[in-house]
Design a protein around this ligand. Structure first.
Ligand SMILES: [Zn+2]
Length: 94
């Protein structure tokens, strides 16, 4: 894979993960509110949304763990938000 292909693939992964983060944001807020004992958010009862929200949050976390990897060596990028280089093989990602 050429350096430009690696950067293009990394950019694509980054954008997809950003969209996934946006999708799980509201379910994550619902789960966190429920964990801290809230029954409503902005006057809306959240009881019926807690389990589906939890599934979306767990699914998003699994998706991120599986896909947030170096396009060159497949090493996990862990908690790095937007790394310039892969922490394992050192290839330029952007
Ligand atoms: Zn790598």
């Amino acid at each position: 894979m050429s350096p430009d292909e690696i950067k293009a693939r990394f950019h694509q992964k980054f954008v997809v993960n950003l969209v996934a983060l946006a999708v799980i944001l509201i379910p994550a807020i619902i789960v966190i509110a429920y964990v801290y004992g809230s029954q409503t958010i902005l006057g809306l009862k959240i009881d019926n949304y807690v389990v589906p929200s939890l599934i979306v949050v767990i699914g998003g976390a699994i998706y991120a763990a599986v896909t947030w990897r170096c396009p060159n060596c497949r090493a996990s990028l862990g908690k790095l938000a937007y790394p310039k280089n892969c922490p394992k093989c050192g290839v330029e990602l952007r």
